[in-house]
Design a protein around this ligand. Structure first.
Ligand code: TYD
Ligand code: MG
Length: 457
């Protein structure tokens, strides 16, 4: 009886993670209804005797704070370093999020193997796979290394103990959702377990200057375990994205206390793990044939990086009453809009035709600057005319058929030049702010019809 009395209860909002000593019908933090779940805290006498997590600190004058050039840990993967802002900052906690199966474990095991050395052992904690599975994966990825320690464990206390033993220079937790602290009764993966475990690992990282990578799955709603909670706590959030049917992956910094969030890294998933793609434009254009109708080359910006992509369209007479419109890599609503513009402003009778739009390599075009390329590819297939294979095309298309300005035209033209393109059809209104690029003839257009006239032969 007295045992039960001693156990303390607390209530945790499952929506935002707010902790309250009593049950609330509505969360005072996030406003969610009925979101509180009771959680019992098992008292631990040892807890009170533990040393303070961080050394006691006192306020310093700003001018007294010593700034030393931090030495970042660099992996042999230049794409990875760049996304982090030039390497791994000691003591930083980096959350790597992404859909299940996208390659997070592969990426981090590769980094672990590349970074491990005699004076820098790496502790790879796998809560999802056995040590044997991790070993089998490692064997595919490269020569085995003595300095990576694998621990198949989900109890965070055991992980910390192993950390004491190994004294690692880098820790990978795969994944944070599988970790739990026995002190709390809620299940692993619940918001409070995830938060408590992350908090403890963050404290460890800051105190010991060991960088820690946390792998996190993105849930259906697009959150990494518990809305935003983790995101606020970590120094850096990287998202690993891509299409599972295609082999290319993009690593993107969404939050970074130590660098820009505009950088991306491109990788390709191969049989031997992830390989860096240092020239994405060449990669995405590699299968292009310049002599077929329905293909146009556009230029998108991924972060600050221009990437040339091939946009393909196929327009064929419809054999059913309702014509099909299928697109991959482009929002179908955007395609519908462009079809309407082509019909109304250019006079293409697309109403009885099936239209398929595809972006080669599984790239997603989220930028309006890709509009004109999509429209040109569709018109090219419809009229069975080939688009000039030496031209790139960029521009946003408005409802009136006008071609609107795009940002960073300079960068896009420079990329076109680098990849050997000789012509560029661009929004007329973007021309003024753009410098000339040697070897590339730039044509500014105001309307979609002009672009078609320029490009279709
Ligand atoms: P994984 O790293 O397990 O994904 P996550 O940790 O994000 O869930 O990656 C799984 C996929 O990657 C799986 O479909 C197999 C593929 N893969 C390769 O193609 N090549 C490889 O060398 C490895 C290790 C995995
Ligand atoms: Mg995994």
């Amino acid at each position: 009886m007295s045992e039960i009395k001693k156990q303390k209860s607390r209530f945790v909002c499952q929506s935002c993670g707010y902790v309250s000593p009593k049950w609330l019908g509505r969360c005072t933090e996030c406003g969610a209804w009925n979101s509180f779940v009771e959680e019992r805290v098992v008292p631990q006498p040892a807890r009170a005797q533990r040393a303070p997590a961080t050394p006691v600190s006192k306020p310093l004058r700003l001018s007294e704070v010593e700034v030393t050039e931090e030495i970042r840990l660099c992996t042999p993967f230049t794409e990875f370093n760049r996304v982090l802002g030039g390497g791994i900052v000691p003591g930083s906690v980096i959350l790597v999020g992404g859909d299940p199966g996208i390659g997070k474990s592969t990426l981090m095991l590769q980094q672990a193997m590349a970074l491990a050395g005699p004076d820098r052992p790496v502790l790879y904690v796998s809560g999802e796979e056995s040590a044997r599975q991790t070993k089998m994966r490692a064997d595919r990825l490269g020569p085995s290394t003595e300095h990576v320690y694998v621990l198949a464990e989900t109890n965070l206390d055991a992980v910390l103990e192993a950390g004491e033993e190994v004294q690692p220079g880098l820790v990978v937790i795969d994944s944070i959702q599988t970790m739990y602290k026995p002190l709390f009764e809620s299940a692993p993966g619940s918001i409070s377990q995830v938060r408590e475990c992350a908090l403890e690992l963050i404290t460890l990282a800051k105190r010991s200057a060991i960088p820690i990578f946390l792998i996190g799955h993105v849930t259906k709603e697009g959150y990494i375990a518990g809305p935003k909670t983790l995101e606020h706590m970590v120094d850096t959030l990287l998202l690993f994205e891509g299409d599972r049917d295609h082999m290319y992956r993009v690593l993107r910094a969404v939050k970074n206390r130590f660098g820009s969030t505009r950088e991306i890294g491109v990788f390709e998933m191969t049989e031997k793990g992830l390989v860096e793609v240092t020239n994405p434009s060449a990669f995405f254009l590699s299968e292009r044939r310049g002599d077929a109708s329905g293909s146009a080359v556009g230029c998108i910006l991924e972060g600050t990086r221009p990437i040339l992509v091939e946009i393909q369209a196929l327009v064929a007479p419809s054999s059913f009453g309702v014509p099909q419109r299928t697109s991959s890599g482009v929002d179908p609503r955007r395609v519908a809009l462009l079809l309407a513009v082509l019909e109304k402003r250019v006079g293409l009778r697309l109403g009885t035709f099936d239209v398929f739009v595809n972006v080669a390599g599984g790239v997603r075009l989220d930028e309006p600057a890709a509009d004109l390329g999509i429209a040109v590819a569709i018109a090219s297939s419809m009229q069975n005319k080939v688009v000039d294979p030496k031209a790139i095309v960029v521009g946003e298309v408005g409802l009136g058929g006008e071609v609107r300005a795009v940002a960073h035209l300079d960068k896009r033209l420079a990329e076109a030049q680098r990849m050997g393109f000789q012509r560029a059809v661009v929004p007329h209104s973007s021309m003024r702010a753009t410098r000339r690029v040697a070897g590339v003839t730039v044509k500014g257009v105001e309307r979609i019809e002009q672009a078609l006239k320029e490009l279709l032969t």
